[in-house]
Design a protein around this ligand. Structure first.
Ligand SMILES: Nc1ncnc2c1ncn2[C@@H]1O[C@H](COP(=O)(O)OP(=O)(O)OP(=O)(O)O)[C@@H](O)[C@H]1O
Ligand SMILES: [Mg+2]
Length: 305
């Protein structure tokens, strides 16, 4: 008992590094004071700080064990300011408002590339999924919505020079966690034919080559080495530091089955990928590739509408 009280006090002392809410900063108009507060807290692994109802998050680029089920339980139905700042508090607040006031809620996440927007949106979904318990039929829809993420990321995310898992598309998930649809799918299509140095094409190409078994590759007449394909090797960097493409391929494969892609549709997707990889085998001259790139760029602004 005494030990747990001491632990609790220590935890609270730790949480009070700097101010937990920027509105409490004495010199709140001073940029340096703002950054100093963020820095002080970040050095103690406190990555979240409020500005009133807004939360500022600093990307730790490592697992701080902040999102397990115990933490989810802690934040359920608790008043915003009773616990240290956390993305789960934002999710809980929106969820409770939605239920109590019967009003739709919207959480806006913004930041530069690599700042952690996608990870934050996954934490929000993780919390909302855990906070809402429904009939098995509804749970099924919810699982599908969560499982759509690895598929969307495989086809819509790529390694850039700023982020190994950069979202190259815009999406708006409507209706989570009960179900719903994903709107406004704006994809950076030019990446399929052109990558800057140090960048990759969309993850799915490398996942397919790394994860498909020998027979599948043989059937598709594909080679395992991405550098065999012009459209997969312009960035001269086909591997990610911390993500295993082969493992991800099996995750995507399972997710496609669970989200009801038929065998025929999955085959169609594979053929399309194959086509994109081998297109350059048509031995286009440099001049033609340039012309094609120009045309792709010309059409992209219109392609999404
Ligand atoms: N809360 C977090 N805890 C630990 N690591 C994190 C966290 N948020 C982000 N990261 C790390 O930072 C990387 C980049 O984050 P993320 O992909 O969410 O950025 P983003 O803002 O969506 O970027 P982009 O605009 O390029 O899509 C993640 O792959 C992960 O390694
Ligand atoms: Mg992202």
């Amino acid at each position: 008992m005494v030990k747990s009280l001491i632990m609790e006090n220590l935890l609270h002392a730790r949480d009070k590094v700097g101010v937990q809410d920027f509105v409490l900063l004495e010199d709140f108009k001073n940029d340096k004071a703002f950054i100093n507060n963020l820095k002080k807290r970040f050095q103690e692994n406190l990555i979240y700080t409020y500005i009133g109802p807004v939360i500022v998050s600093v990307n730790p680029y490592r697992d701080l064990n902040l999102y397990n089920s115990d933490v989810i339980e802690q934040y359920k139905n608790v008043n915003f300011y009773e616990l240290p700042p956390h993305i789960f508090a934002i999710a809980d607040n929106a969820f409770r408002f939605m239920r109590e006031e019967c009003k739709d809620q919207c959480i806006l996440i913004s930041g530069e590339s690599g700042s952690g927007k996608t990870e934050a949106s996954k934490k929000l979904l993780q919390y909302l999924a855990a906070a809402s318990h429904h009939a098995p039929s509804v749970e099924n829809v919810k699982d599908k919505l969560l499982l759509s993420n690895p598929i969307l990321e495989a086809f819509g995310n790529a390694k850039t020079n700023r982020n190994d898992n950069s979202s190259r598309f815009g999406k708006y998930m409507d209706g989570a966690p009960l179900g719903g649809h994903i709107l406004n799918y704006l994809l950076e299509k030019s990446r399929v034919v052109h990558q800057n140095h140090g960048e990759r094409n969309f993850h799915i190409f490398y996942q397919l080559l790394a994860g498909a078994d020998n027979k599948m590759l043989e059937d598709l007449e594909l080679r395992r080495d991405p550098s065999a394909y012009f459209y997969l090797s312009q960035g001269s960097c086909s591997k990610l530091r911390n993500i295993d493409d082969a493992d991800q391929f099996s995750v995507v494969d399972k997710a496609m089955n669970i989200t009801d892609f038929t065998e025929e549709e999955q085959e169609g997707v594979l053929l399309l990928l194959l086509q994109c990889c081998t297109w350059v085998m048509l031995a286009l001259s440099k001049k033609r590739v340039k012309l094609l790139l120009c045309m792709t760029n010309l059409f992209i602004p219109f392609a999404n509408y």
